[in-house]
Design a binder for this molecule. Structure first.
Ligand SMILES: [Ca+2]
Ligand SMILES: [Ca+2]
Length: 324
């Protein structure tokens, strides 16, 4: 675990412990059936029988302010740790108690849900259902749901295809409303670059506030320079100054080169030094050289060759031109 990661992890831990709202959790399970038996009956009529699960979360509140209560029931497993109790939810049931009790939605995330709470967002009178999701090892994300007019909709979902990364909501001014979140990724889905993004809640959605990418020190070998140029071009969403700066310092020509035939998986395989990577051929003569990157474009099944003309200045390799 490197330093940046460690620091971020500590921040996340302190954020989550400070923000834990334990209301709604049901650690004492003795009389829960009496309190919520009507709801359980409706769930049992509509989904798997709940007898085998522990009911860990229960809230009855008018989330959408229509004068009728909604009911949120979280079922799963309670795990006693050395100093802490962990809640792992399999499913969250959302019911409505308008006229009759109805099951209106079931939240299943494909990951474990380790926290459920009702939150508020700026500029809105409704309460939202927040679920933090985790693989318990190196991934933590979240989903925010809106319950309105007996409909369950996803307001925001933060997760990563690699199953590596952290995403945590925050209340920066302490007014009780979630107003931002921070996501930190470093998995294969971002070609192992560490990316730290911050979002703010603006006009009903999270909007990117900043994006920091750790591009590391300037690569030494010519192959590393070319691979970094290709990698950063692939993960560039045009929201990172760090990436744009590094691309500009690698490539002396300000042209935007189209190298889009180079596929993500081939680059990943090359970085991992496994089969089906790029073919990279390097020819240098003093401070000048040519790097030929070739492979097959799998979409059109055609071989491509990109030729990178390179020059060494002050002991650093740079790209002068790229053509096919
Ligand atoms: Ca309601
Ligand atoms: Ca706030």
């Amino acid at each position: 675990m490197n330093l940046r990661f460690t620091i971020f992890f500590i921040i996340i831990l302190s954020l989550s412990s400070g923000m834990n709202d334990n209301s709604g959790l049901l650690p004492e399970l003795t009389n829960r059936q009496n309190v919520i038996s009507d709801y359980i009956e409706v769930i049992n009529d509509n989904d798997v029988m709940l007898d085998d699960f522990d009911i860990l979360f229960f809230k009855k509140e008018d989330l959408d302010k229509d004068g009728y209560d909604e009911i949120i029931i979280g079922v799963g497993e309670l795990v006693e740790g050395a100093n802490e109790t962990f809640y792992f939810y399999d499913k969250i049931y959302i019911l409505s108690d308008k006229n009759e009790i109805e099951l209106i939605g079931i939240v299943e995330e494909g990951y474990l849900i380790d926290e459920v709470k009702l939150i508020k967002l700026p500029d809105s009178s409704e309460k939202y259902v927040y679920c933090r999701i985790t693989n318990t090892v190196n991934f933590e994300g979240f989903t925010i749901y809106l319950v309105e007019d007996k409909q369950l909709t996803t307001v925001w979902h933060s997760a990563f295809p690699a199953g590596t990364g952290f995403s945590e909501v925050s209340d920066s001014d302490g007014d009780g409303m979630i107003d931002g979140y921070r996501e930190f990724r470093w998995g294969y889905d971002v070609l192992y670059y560490e990316i730290d993004r911050k979002y703010n809640w603006v006009n009903n959605e999270f909007v990117l506030l900043s994006c920091e990418v750790y591009v590391r020190k300037y690569p030494e070998s010519l192959e590393e320079v070319i691979l970094q140029y290709i990698s950063l071009s692939l993960i560039n969403d045009n929201d990172s100054e760090d990436i744009n700066e590094r691309l500009l310092s690698i490539c002396l020509d300000t042209n935007i080169y189209d190298i889009e035939k180079i596929g993500f998986n081939e680059v990943l395989n090359t970085l991992l030094e496994i089969e089906d990577g790029l073919d990279i051929e390097i020819v240098t003569d003093g401070n000048l050289g040519e790097v030929i990157v070739s492979n097959t474009d799998f979409e059109i099944q055609e071989q491509y060759n990109y030729i990178f003309k390179v020059i060494k200045i002050d002991n650093k390799w740079h790209i002068q031109d790229i053509y096919e």
